[in-house]
Design a protein around this ligand. Structure first.
Ligand code: NAP
Length: 323
């Protein structure tokens, strides 16, 4: 495909490429900020924020996500308590554990790693997490409040919150812009669309039954791609200059790569970088910010339960370096 313009360099002309939004660098700043806030909270209250993680079954990707979250917590001084239940654990066992964690004053946040084994009802399990400990923000009350202008949820789901924070730090305008969200999941697509609507974007949500996808995506100033389909978004589907956020994560076999695989997103990076104005890479884009926002949410859970109040919005932002 044709590059959209040429940049005049000292020795050669090369295509103008999108600005890469470096999620790792942003997440590092947020982690440092949370670490300082956790230390200040401990000094003020004598308490340490605590996050309980629950993993049901042995799904390898889920195990590695939970481990990454625990490591990130440890680095900033948040205590984690991990509960690993067998894949065949019944609803009474899971609800009993959630009830005990709900009553435990040392546990400020509860995270149930998804997906659940099919015999468990996600609605029932997530609905049993107390609102003030729902650091993933998946409780129907929290999702509902996200959609109501003038109301605040206790928590905003970590991936959409991370994306919003990236857009804000990169000074990409939202209000009045045309936003297209690919995907309507509870974890990413739906809360992302609600968040953008709340911030006065004009939002279109696409899903697996949306016809003529490219016609819709080409209208987007902001294109959030969370379809879980590697290579879904090609260069010709993107409006020149648009900000493209690639949420997808997929392992694809690559004999040259360490471990025999590499990570790719839902976006064809080499094509979209030639067209977009800004783009998140995979890996190193949305993923690190998702984990950073879990730390922010857990800190806020502890502040709200111990000190009485906390805004769900991650302010003040850490000092930002130029992007
Ligand atoms: P999901 O629950 O499978 O939802 C995928 C959504 O995309 C569904 O709404 C589906 O439509 C829609 N979709 C599927 N194929 C489509 C197509 N061809 N065109 C348009 N829409 C399509 O997935 P998810 O949990 O939202 O995750 C999406 C991706 O993000 C996955 O790759 C996941 O691994 C990744 N992820 C990354 C992070 C991170 O931190 N980086 C966090 C969470 C998820 P229907 O509703 O019609 O089925």
């Amino acid at each position: 495909m044709k590059p959209r313009a040429l940049r005049r360099g000292s020795h050669e002309e090369r295509p103008v490429a999108a600005r890469i939004l470096d999620g790792r660098a942003m997440a590092d700043r947020w982690r440092a900020w949370v670490k300082a806030q956790v230390a200040a909270f401990r000094d003020r209250t004598g308490r340490v924020p605590g996050l309980a993680t629950i993993l049901i079954g042995d799904h390898p990707a889920s195990q590695s996500y939970v481990r990454a979250k625990q490591r990130a917590c440890a680095e900033v001084g948040i205590r984690t308590l991990h509960h690993h239940l067998p894949g065949e654990a019944d609803r009474r066992t899971v609800l009993g554990l959630l009830g005990r964690l709900a009553d435990d004053p040392e546990v400020h946040g509860i995270l149930v790693q998804l997906p659940l084994p099919p015999h468990l009802d996600e609605e029932e399990i997530l609905g049993a997490i107390p609102l003030e400990k729902d650091v993933d923000g998946f409780h129907p009350w929290n999702i509902g409040r996200l959609g109501l202008k003038g109301r605040d949820p206790y928590f905003v789901p970590c991936t959409p919150l991370g994306i919003l924070t990236m857009l804000q730090e990169a000074q990409i305008p939202i209000a009045g812009r045309r936003a297209v969200v690919l995907g309507r999941s509870r974890i990413v697509g739906l809360p992302m669309a609600l968040l953008l609507l709340r911030l006065d974007a004009t939002v279109t949500v696409c899903h697996s039954r949306t016809p003529h996808l490219a016609e819709v995506t080409r209208q987007a100033d902001l294109l959030i791609v969370a379809a879980g389909r590697p290579g879904l978004v090609r260069g010709e589907m993107v409006r020149p200059g648009a900000a493209v956020i690639d949420v997808g994560i997929h392992r694809v076999p690559d004999p040259q790569a360490p471990g025999g695989y590499r990570l790719v997103g839902d976006v064809v990076f080499e094509e979209v970088i030639q067209v977009a104005g800004a783009l998140t890479p995979v890996p190193g884009g949305v993923g690190p910010m998702t984990v950073a926002m879990l730390l922010v949410n857990t800190l806020k859970a502890a502040q709200r339960q111990v000190e009485g109040s906390a805004s769900p919005w991650p302010e003040p932002p850490p000092a930002t370096a130029p992007l």
